[in-house]
Write a protein that binds this ligand. Sequence first.
Ligand code: UDP
Length: 412
Amino acid sequence: MRSLREYEKIVGTAVLNQLEQLAGNLTGLKVVHVNSTKSGGGVAEILAWMIPFMQELGIETAWEVIKGDGTFFNVTKTFHNGLQGQPVNLLPSQIKAYEQTSAENAERLRPILEAADMVFVHDPQPAFLLRLCPNRQGTWIWRCHIDASHPSRSVWKYLRPLLEGYDASIFSMAEFSKSLPHPQFLIAPSIDPLSEKNIELKQREKNEIRNRFSLDPKRPILTQISRYDRFKDPLGVIEGYRLIRKFTPVQLVLAGGGADDDPEGAEVLRQVEEAAAGDPDIHVLSLPADAHLTINALQRLSDIIIQKSTREGFGLTVTEGLWKGKPVIGGDVGGIRLQVINYHTGFLVNSPEGMSQRVRYLLNHQNMMQIMGIKGREFVRENFLLTRHLREYLTLMVGLRRGFTDRLIAAA
Ligand code: UDP
């Protein structure tokens, strides 16, 4: 396992000193994070590094994952879709299944959750646990990773009273915050620059991946890495690619895998494979959860990273692309707007036509691509690396321990 001091060469000594100083206020604190999957998707990606580093900083931090069957995760996917604005109708039978599985999880988790000083509950899947821990000692914080700015009425009607019971909530950007009767904080996600997903690779390693997937070294590569989720709009990416292909012989890589808590992935993948069928230059890859080095290499082999989402809480794949010095063409939504700055780190687009125009513009302005790549990497270094993320969590925890109660406070 890496030590935090290894990040000194990337972010400087002062940043590390500050983290240790902040954490000194929290020594021995018992913290638990709860989410719904160990792998697949951005939340698991973040918790995988955050837990050990919090431990290294002297905070007793545990990571618990709720378990459920297909029915349960179908309901929580309805929450997910509904919070992100899809019109859905939550049925009483779904609520019953959700609460029942939550109760089973509470039987297992209650001792650790009730004894914790602070509990971070990620997204709606584990949210009901709060109601099932009546003797809780600590502060409970709901951490929302998705764009919940315009939720479906039916889902919000059910979730809102539940979330009101929390002591605080965290959103990735101000636009996502809700009218809730507790303090709300803004913390943007981040990447780990020394993880397998983001570490520098040798040319030999990149070549190996290029050969494995039969990518042509002579033609530009566009890549979107994503779970197969409708909000990521993989079909729109294929449409955009087809428009580009009328002029330029680009190759498209769509790489993703499933997440344990995402039951719709298989169906979306099937639709993507159908749309791509017969075109040898569309590479639809279904990768295992631990394919971090493969994804790293694919991003580095790409000329342009695409993330054409129609809803996006943040989009770690955007951060990963920028960190690798690639311009990113992203959907003009949610957290992508925090990262893609038009003409500086990439382009925001609203349609396959927009994607096609921006890709063609960039491929015709190689110089601009290089400048954007440099700017993108520095933008991530300043804003979206794990040290900033840790600092904001620590600041928030110190603040909550001291009991501040402003309604909307940026944790930085
Ligand atoms: N990811 C992965 N394998 C896949 C698809 C995605 O490891 O097959 C990673 C991706 O590199 C990124 C994270 O999962 O680190 C996705 O986070 P993001 O915020 O982009 O989207 P989310 O899945 O959380 O909606």
